[in-house]
Design a protein around this ligand. Structure first.
Ligand code: PLP
Length: 446
């Protein structure tokens, strides 16, 4: 199959070095299972579930058929003052999967919107309870919560914030990062045990600085994904929960990456046995096929917002927030089919099993290679960290990504960490191929 050359004058690619991309484009025209087909007819293994989305593999007929059926039945319906049957069913399924009293789903279209939605819920909830002064948010260094102004503000990846200076939210602080490159450079499926209590900083410095009574919410990813798959210390999330409870602060888990099976459990919250007050999701909920995101809120939050309006008139809206496409019927139909497929094929269990294979393969094949300074694996994901090239941070990660792609494997560079997070349908042979190609690329990149 030959394709015409592409007019590349108009599509500005996100989070991509556009100038070099145009010299050496990577363009997919088809995908099936674990593989993409490129415009020049090559097969490339999707080693990153297309950015943590395609958990069930590409081109799943069950999801595609559900979408087609829905298009022919109810293509779209306004989300305000009305809704659609698919949105109720999808919300019910998601609430049933979520832990504890996380039962109320606010839909949006992406992880970025989920982040901003959850921050807005936090402010509105506190205000509804007469604590409108609670307006400080606390994120964590190197956290990623998307690209909206809220998510960017609580996020902690320096390059994403650098040029947006004064436009970032003012009342935000960040906890320190959760990595110890000396004692925990190599982590293989176990929670790292720190001798130091990382959260003392929150208790003894950050909260007193702002006064805990002014803090609305703490937001963290259970495992820091975009930064390069960094695991929390043992007991960290439980203790974070306790600190938040002590001070009436809401705890938000951003599970855009850890949600829907990546750790072998429904959510990271289940893996770590900690129930947040809000849980943000996106990506895998539709297998990436159609944009859908959301925030699962606790009954407590929802009830407080309703109670605050108990004496309001019948036309009073309780929360002034939402998107034209909140709960889009086609996206929700895709979510229903995806969640059914996950269950039918026991894909979360499979993710846990294949995660062990991936972790073993990464630690066996990559430890000791030139410039490798760490390997972290948990669930069906892992990262290998390279020492940055002198004066050129990120160069090694990028070069390894490019080399792997040329050899038919899609990996993800996060600075000088290279991340693998294949679809849950991955087979042992795929993992061997991915890791072999990655090892070769690391050897070449001296
Ligand atoms: C934890 C987390 N939150 C939010 C986002 C943003 O999601 P989106 O790109 O769908 O806006 C991402 C994306 O990778 C993410 O990993």
């Amino acid at each position: 199959m030959t394709y015409p050359t592409f007019n590349m004058d108009h599509h500005w690619l996100p989070f991509t070095p556009n100038r070099s991309f145009q010299q050496d484009p990577r363009i997919f025209v088809a995908a099936e299972g674990m593989h993409f087909t490129t415009h020049d007819g090559r097969q490339v293994i999707d080693g990153i579930s297309s950015l943590w989305c395609v958990a069930a593999g590409h081109n799943r007929r069950e999801i595609n058929e559900a979408i087609k059926r829905q298009l022919d039945t109810l293509d779209y319906a306004t989300a305000f003052n009305a809704s659609n049957d698919q949105a109720f069913k999808a919300a019910e399924m998601i609430a049933a999967m979520a832990p504890g009293d996380l039962n109320k789903v606010l839909f949006c279209n992406s992880g970025s919107e989920a982040a901003d939605t959850s921050l807005k819920v936090a402010l509105a909830y506190h205000r509804a309870r007469g604590e409108g002064h609670r307006n400080v948010f606390i994120g964590r260094e190197r956290g990623y919560h998307g690209v909206g102004f809220g998510g960017m503000s609580v996020g902690g990846i320096p390059a994403n914030r650098k040029v947006f200076g004064t436009a970032l939210l003012p009342r935000v602080d960040h906890m320190r990062f959760i990595h110890d490159p000396v004692n925990h450079a190599y982590i293989h499926g176990v929670e790292p045990e720190w001798s130091e209590d990382l959260l003392l900083e929150l208790e003894n410095r950050i909260l007193p600085l702002h006064d805990p009574s002014n803090v609305a919410a703490v937001i963290v990813e259970p495992v820091a994904g975009s930064a390069g798959w960094y695991l929390p210390p043992k007991g960290y999330l439980k203790r974070l929960r306790e600190i938040c409870d002590k001070h009436g602060i809401l705890l938000i888990f951003d599970e855009v990456i850890t949600g829907f099976g990546r750790l072998g459990t429904n959510f990271g919250a289940d893996y770590y046995g900690v129930v947040p007050d809000m849980l943000n999701f996106a990506k895998c909920v539709t297998n990436g096929v159609i944009p859908l995101g959301g925030v699962v809120c606790s009954d407590r939050i929802y009830n407080a917002m309703m109670a605050a309006n108990a004496s309001s008139s019948e036309y009073a809206i309780e929360f002034f927030h939402g998107y034209t496409y909140s709960g889009h019927p086609v996206a929700c139909a895709a979510a229903i089919a995806t969640l059914e497929l996950f269950k039918r094929d026991n894909l979360f269990e499979r993710a846990a099993d294949m995660g062990k294979v991936l972790g073993d393969a990464m630690h066996d094949a990559l430890k000791g290679l030139p410039n490798v300074i760490g390997i972290r694996s948990l669930g069906l994901a892992g990262a290998v960290e390279l020492a940055p090239a002198p004066g050129a941070p990120g160069k090694r990660g990028y070069e390894i990504f490019m080399d792997c792609f040329r050899h038919g494997v899609m990996v993800r560079a996060a600075g000088d960490s290279v991340v693998l997070c294949p679809p849950y349908i991955v087979e042992k042979e795929h993992i061997e191929r991915i890791v072999t190609v990655l090892a070769d690329a690391i050897r070449k990149c001296v």
